[in-house]
Design a protein around this ligand. Sequence first.
Ligand code: AMP
Length: 215
Amino acid sequence: MRVAFLGPPGAGKGTQARELAREWRVPHVATGDMLREAVAAGTPLGREAKRYMDAGVLVPDDVMVGLVGERLGQPDAARGFILDGFPRTLAQAEALARMLKDRGQELDRVLYFDVSEGELLRRLTGRRSCPVCQSTYHLVSAPPRRDAVCDNDGTPLVQRVDDREDTVRTRLRVYGEQTAPLLDYYRHRGLLTSVPAEGAIDTIRADIREAAGAA
Ligand code: AMP
């Protein structure tokens, strides 16, 4: 199972990928999470990435390709992976194809999470997450059991700096300009399946399983 989840920020890629990666026993390779961990750890990568992330723009391709190349080279990725948030540019898509080809592999499928812009704004600005275990919540549609703390570990929830409304608008614009062209790229290669990604999380998950051939 080698799949990539493609879609705008707030489309629910992370929520679905975390659960399905467990189910399919493959690593969830979420570049945004990897970068946030690097920022939290204060590594040179984290220090470089932070200014791009806080502004809602993309981290340079060479940095991202290096990071993902290293991650996919680890033993647990040999039997498959879910890519979440990568590739985000044509250059990244091409680098990914080369990287997999060198290992005699290719992507099985790219799943596009189809969500309207109004719904994305609603989701992103209401999103809160646990800085420790990365679980995500929504103030309206998926609130934590106890006010403002994580269900798993009781840590106070935070809003990502880049989920504030002005930065969300930048991220959606960046998505439209740099990432949306990947839809045609993968459609031409016969790899793209569109999944309607509004509505109940379980229904969307069932659609993804079917689209990935894992139903
Ligand atoms: P995400 O959690 O996927 O929304 O990613 C958060 C931020 O990390 C993005 O707004 C970018 O600044 C950066 N980022 C994550 N993945 C990539 C990528 N594949 N290419 C460039 N920047 C990325």
